[in-house]
Ligand binder design. Structure first.
Ligand code: OXD
Ligand code: MN
Length: 646
């Protein structure tokens, strides 16, 4: 395993001389700042110094040290309800709805940067063509200028919340600690669900490094810009910056989702992917699930899918085959490492689900529906006057009275049958993972669970078979690098284009993705590693009329059954094709399904794939340039040669 990285974490002396007490701290420029809650002296001194520096910069009215308790949440919920930004859903148990400013509804990839001294540490060397769209670089010096334009005094009149959190079970060797400073109490409530927030973090931190997360909605008081829906934000100046060399995240202007819940995409993927490279593990955009067959044998799978390909649905799959059980370990992020026995183990670093609401229903994902019946914050969905929550996809199961008066995500009166959307397409439920009825008993195991298969996938209406297995680790890395999918509402893109999304990490890559592929490849070179098999699935292939060829959802277990049989060494159920091993006709259990067109689901159109190879070649040239790893180039050439002779 590579040496542990050593980010520079020591702050300047002036803050060490600060005066910290239980009731206030004193910082050089601002003077006395009261502490509304918590004991500042309990914080490790390196945290105190960093907080003091940021207090001096942001000039909050007070400090509030979060402990993650229910009392704390109740207190904040009370305040937000008083202000009108949070509403209780009376028909549900401890559930609330929030509406954002409609200008702040999704991740803003165009304003997301990775800042390293050397540009090449973040993005590949490109000799010509368009700039890479996988990772956006800015020099730390230039980002410092941007920070100075935004942060001085940005929390005036607001409280600065100090959130100590662990990604992964507190104390596990897989886990990492972060501290988020934020002026959004909505963020405090969601971080408490999505991460482990506790005073225990201060003890667990010890001498270790922590990820420094600074967040502001960018609306100091007195407010000089209109605040819509009681949702302060500053979309024109939104900026999300990552400093992987020093384990720092700085986010400004947005209060929503991955822009502001900094433990998720910013820490657990972008910063963690770089830490993982330095320390010899992997931080991936992956679900983890345990799958038990009718004989009682359990195996674990991971799945890397671009946003909005049904990752949460697959993580919580309810098998349509008798005798099978799936239990969820995580639905979005997996931290994986090869341990001494040579096997790959994974944990879910999060402790909640931040799932897309529209399309989630008792039909598509009953487990998510049951999870978010209690203790859940819904954002940008609709609600009804009788205290229920609503979004597109619930038409059939929404209980009587169906013609109840509702309020849409924009706060306007709405009734079922109206043409406009009730909920924003990227509206979300934020709900504790531990409440999921099929959460895996080992989901918080500090040692993780052993992974047998890695599954890539995307929304590919044409050309791509339902499932194929890659020939070996290097071919699997190549196939992962080629992942593409239709664009989604989770980010700011409009329309449906097929977009490259290598390893489903395009928006979340924390360093040069040529180096990222090399990092993956080197795991395959270590003879001690028992490598999982790598597969690619496509639930979304359509016929000429645009109709899905495969039923999906609970029937995906049939494909997973085939995958696990391959992992157990069943040789005679696969046929070699130029792009990988596909199931031999009849080897996927289709019992009980209406007639399906096997040929249409599995055919590999030569012209389509030859064209796809040209496109892949151009993509690698434009986006990886000279950083394309030799092994990946060889896999591309071998695949092209196989296709030509097919
Ligand atoms: C998400 C995503 O998980 O966009 O929100 O991938
Ligand atoms: Mn995701």
């Amino acid at each position: 395993m590579a040496a542990k990285s050593h980010p520079h974490q020591v702050d300047t002396d002036v803050y060490k001389k600060g005066f910290y007490e239980v009731h206030e701290i004193v910082v050089p420029h601002l003077g006395h700042v009261p502490i509304a809650k918590g004991d500042f002296s309990r914080l490790p001194s390196k945290v105190q110094q960093w907080v003091a520096k940021k207090v001096d910069l942001c000039e909050p009215r007070c400090l509030y040290i979060c402990d993650g308790s229910q009392n704390e949440a109740d207190e904040i919920i009370g305040k937000l309800m008083e202000r009108g930004s949070l509403k209780r859903l009376h028909a549900m148990d401890n559930c609330f709805i929030v509406r954002t400013d409609p200008a702040d509804v999704a991740r803003v990839e165009s304003k997301t940067f990775v800042c390293t001294e050397k540009e090449h540490d973040t993005v590949p060397h490109l000799s010509e063509g368009p700039h890479t769209n996988i990772g956006q670089w800015m020099s730390p010096a230039n980002m410092e200028v941007e920070i100075k334009k935004r942060f001085p005094g940005c929390m005036k009149g607001r409280c600065m919340y100090i959130i100590p959190f662990s990604m992964g079970p507190v104390g596990s060797k897989f886990s990492k600690i972060g501290v988020q400073l934020t002026d959004s109490n909505y963020v405090v409530l969601c971080m408490r669900i999505m991460t482990r927030v506790s005073p225990k973090i201060w003890d667990a931190l010890g001498d270790d490094y922590f990820v420094k997360c600074l967040h502001s909605v960018g609306v100091p008081r007195p407010v000089t810009r209109p605040v819509v829906n009681h949702w302060p934000c500053n979309p024109e100046n939104t900026m999300i910056a990552h400093f992987p060399d020093t384990w720092k995240i700085v986010s400004y202007g947005s209060g929503y989702g991955g822009n502001s819940l900094l433990g998720k995409k910013c820490f657990a993927l972008r910063i963690a992917s770089r830490i993982a490279k330095d320390e010899g593990w992997m931080a991936e955009h992956m679900l983890i699930s345990g799958v038990t067959d009718p004989k009682g044998k359990e195996m674990y799978i991971t799945g890397a899918f671009p946003s909005a390909c049904g990752k949460t649905n697959l993580a919580m799959l309810r098998p349509n085959l008798p005798g099978w059980t799936v239990r969820c370990v995580g639905d979005d992020i997996g931290w994986l490492r090869f341990l001494d026995d040579g096997k790959l183990y994974g944990i879910n670093p999060e402790s909640g689900f931040f799932g897309v609401a529209p399309g989630t229903s008792m039909k598509t994902n009953p487990m998510a529906m049951l999870t978010c019946k209690t203790n859940t914050i819904f954002t940008n969905t609709a609600d009804s006057v009788d205290g229920r929550v609503y979004w597109e996809g619930l038409e059939d199961e929404f209980e009587e009275p169906k013609d109840v008066q509702m309020t849409d995500w924009l706060g306007k009166p709405w009734k079922m049958g109206m043409k406009s959307n009730a909920a924003h397409p990227n509206s979300r439920f934020c709900t504790p993972a531990g409440q999921c009825p099929m959460i895996h008993p080992l989901w918080e195991d500090p040692n993780g669970v052993p992974i047998s298969a890695i599954i890539f996938g995307g929304r590919r209406p044409k050309g791509v078979p339902l499932v194929f297995e890659t020939f070996d680790w290097n071919h699997g890395v190549f196939v992962g690098a080629c992942v593409k999918s239709e664009t989604t509402a989770a980010a700011e893109f409009k329309g449906k284009n097929i977009m490259h999304d290598p390893m489903a990490m395009r928006p979340f890559m924390g360093y040069n993705w040529g180096d990222y592929l090399k990092h993956w490849l080197q795991f395959g070179k270590n003879p001690k590693n028992k490598l999982p098999k790598i597969f690619h699935v496509n639930w979304f292939r359509t016929d000429d009329n645009g109709k899905f060829l495969w039923p999906g959802f609970g029937d995906n277990i049939r494909v997973i059954d085939w995958i696990l049989r391959r992992c157990r060494g069943e040789e005679d159920i696969g046929i070699k094709t130029p792009i990988g091993i596909v199931p031999k006709e009849g080897t996927i259990n289709l019992e009980g399904l209406p007639q399906l067109d096997w040929k249409a689901m599995f055919e590999i159109p030569k012209d389509y794939w030859l064209e796809d190879m040209v496109e892949t070649h151009n993509f690698f040239q434009a986006q990886l340039g000279t950083d394309l790893p030799e092994e990946v180039r060889q896999e591309m050439e071998k695949q092209e040669a196989r296709l030509k002779t097919m």
